[in-house]
Design a protein around this ligand. Structure first.
Ligand SMILES: [Ca+2]
Length: 453
C-alpha cells in the first residue's frame, strides 16, 4: 500500500470518529447580544419586553437554562472565541491577544467562509491582516479600533473590510449589521459558512430605535425607558436573520445559536416570573452571568426541548469545532467541552461544573474566581453558596452540610485552577437593590393611570 492510500484510510478513520460526516457539516450562526441577562426574554419567564422571535426560536429548538458567561464584555468575548478560561489568555479590557486562536481561525481552516458583524471592541489595529490575525474573511464592525470609536446606533461609525462607511448619516447601526449578515448568508448559501454576530444591542446608551416615535421626531436623547424598544429591536433583528436562513432553504443545515455576553446593565429593572430583577452586569452573582442560550437546527434538534445541563462559555469554541470539523489547538490548554451531544439529545449532560476567573482590570463591583455546579457556587476565598435557594448569595453554606462528593469536586477543581494560575483576591458586594428611581416612576405611572381612569 502506498503512502497516499495509507493516509487516505487513516484520515477516513479519523473522520468517522468525529460526530459529523463531512457532507453533513452544517453552517453555524452564533448571535450574541450585548448586556442582556436571562430575565429579559419571555421564553425564560421575562415579563417586561416582547421577544416573539426568540420565543419562536426556542419553540423550534432547544432552550438551555444553565448557561453562564463572564460578567463583562471583553472577558466573555475572549472566552467564547477561544474556549479558554480568562487566567490563561485575558490580557486587558478591550483587547483580544493576537496570538490567540479563535473560532474564526478554526472555521476558516475547516474550509468555511467566515464573517463577523456587529461589535468588535477588541483592538483591531491590524486591519490589513484581519483574517489572518482574527480568523474572519470579512467584517462589518463598530469599534474596530480606537481610531474608529463613535456612535453604534444613530449616525454610526462602521468599518467594513478596511473601509470606513461614509454614508451612515441618519442610519441605525443595528440595521447596517443586520443587512450585512443577511447578505453574507445569501452570498454563501452554496458554501459552508460561519457567521459570528455579536450585536451592539441592547447596550447603553439607551436611545430611540427607528421604531420609536422619537426617532422620527429627530430626538435621540438617552433615557433608560429606551432599553425596552432596544431589546425588542434586537429580537426583530434575530427574526429577520432567521427568516433569511429559512428563505434560502438553509434551515436543515444551519445551526443557529443565540446567547448574551453578560447580565443586564446595572440600574435597570426587569420582571421575571413575577420578581423584579435588578440589572447585574459586572457582578459575579447570577445577575451578572446567567445568560440565555437557545439553539435551533431543524431536523436535528427536537423542537421545543429544554436542557438544564451546565454550559460554560468556553464550550462554544469546542462545540463549533465539533460541528464543523474544526481542530482544537493542541499547543495550549483548551477548557471547553462540546455540547453537541446535548443538541442531539437534550437529556444528556457533558460537564459537572463551570468555572469563572473574573478580573476584567476595569471598574466592576465584584472580582473573583468560582467553580459552580447547578446548586452550589464555591469561591476562591472558600465561601460557598446555594444559588438555587439563595440566588442573592446572602448566607454562606457550611461545606460539611452538602454532599461530600459534590464538595470534593468543587474543592479539587478550585485547587486545580489555582495551581494552573487562577489566583485572585475575591471582592464581593451586597446584592443590589432594584433601582428605586424606576420603582418610583412605576408608582407615578400607576398614579397617572388611576387618575386618567
Ligand atoms: Ca457586554
Amino acid at each position: 500500500m502506498n503512502f497516499q492510500a495509507k493516509s487516505l484510510i487513516a484520515s477516513a478513520a479519523v473522520a468517522s470518529t468525529s460526530l459529523m460526516a463531512a457532507n453533513d457539516k452544517p453552517n453555524v450562526i452564533l448571535i450574541m447580544t450585548d448586556d442582556m441577562g436571562i430575565e429579559c426574554l419571555q421564553t425564560y419567564g421575562g415579563e417586561t419586553y416582547n421577544t416573539p422571535n426568540l420565543n419562536k426560536l426556542a419553540e423550534d429548538g432547544v432552550k438551555f437554562g444553565n448557561c453562564y458567561s463572564q460578567s463583562l464584555c471583553t472577558p466573555s468575548r475572549v472566552k467564547i472565541m477561544t474556549g479558554r478560561y480568562n487566567f490563561r489568555n485575558y490580557t486587558k479590557f478591550k483587547v483580544l491577544d493576537t496570538k490567540e486562536v479563535t473560532f474564526g481561525h478554526t472555521a476558516k481552516a475547516a474550509g468555511y467562509k467566515t464573517c463577523v458583524v456587529g461589535k468588535w471592541q477588541l483592538d483591531g489595529e491590524v486591519t490589513d491582516d484581519f483574517a489572518k490575525v482574527y480568523g474572519f474573511d470579512e467584517y462589518s464592525l463598530w469599534y474596530l479600533n480606537h481610531k474608529n470609536f463613535g456612535s453604534r446606533f444613530h449616525n454610526p461609525v462602521v468599518v467594513e473590510n478596511g473601509k470606513k462607511l461614509t454614508d451612515t448619516k441618519g442610519k441605525y447601526g443595528p440595521d447596517i449589521f443586520s443587512q450585512y449578515a443577511i447578505d453574507f448568508v445569501k452570498k454563501n448559501k452554496d458554501e459552508k459558512f460561519f457567521l459570528y454576530y455579536p450585536m451592539v444591542l441592547p447596550h447603553f446608551p439607551f436611545v430611540p430605535t427607528p421604531d420609536c416615535p422619537e426617532w422620527k421626531e429627530g430626538n435621540h436623547k438617552a433615557n433608560n425607558r429606551f432599553f425596552k424598544p432596544m431589546v425588542e429591536y434586537m429580537d426583530k433583528m434575530v427574526g429577520k436573520l432567521v427568516e433569511e436562513v429559512d428563505k434560502q432553504g438553509l434551515a436543515d443545515n444551519t445551526v443557529i445559536m443565540f446567547t448574551s455576553d453578560n447580565g443586564t446593565m446595572r440600574g435597570l429593572n426587569s420582571v421575571r416570573n413575577g420578581e423584579t430583577i435588578p440589572g447585574g452586569k459586572g457582578y459575579l452573582k447570577n445577575i451578572g452571568n446567567h445568560v440565555p442560550f437557545i439553539a435551533r437546527w431543524k431536523g436535528k434538534i427536537k423542537p421545543g426541548s429544554t436542557s438544564d445541563a451546565l454550559i460554560d462559555f468556553s464550550d462554544f469554541f469546542v462545540s463549533i469545532n465539533d460541528l464543523i470539523g474544526g481542530k482544537n489547538p493542541t499547543d495550549r490548554k483548551i477548557d471547553g467541552e462540546s455540547f453537541v451531544p446535548i443538541l442531539l439529545d437534550p437529556s444528556k449532560e457533558v460537564r459537572k461544573y463551570t468555572f469563572s476567573h473574573y478580573d476584567p482590570k476595569w471598574g466592576t463591583p465584584e472580582i473573583g474566581n468560582f467553580v459552580r455546579n447547578k446548586q452550589y457556587k464555591f469561591y476562591g476565598d472558600g465561601k460557598l453558596y446555594d444559588v438555587i435557594n439563595d440566588e442573592k448569595e446572602a448566607s454562606e453554606v457550611n461545606p460539611e452540610a452538602i454532599p461530600a462528593l459534590e464538595m470534593d469536586l468543587l474543592n479539587s477543581t478550585m485547587k486545580q485552577m489555582k495551581a494552573e494560575g487562577s489566583n485572585l483576591k475575591v471582592k464581593r458586594k451586597e446584592y443590589p437593590e432594584p433601582n428605586k428611581s424606576e420603582k418610583k416612576s412605576k408608582k407615578k405611572d400607576k398614579k397617572n393611570k388611576k387618575s386618567k381612569k
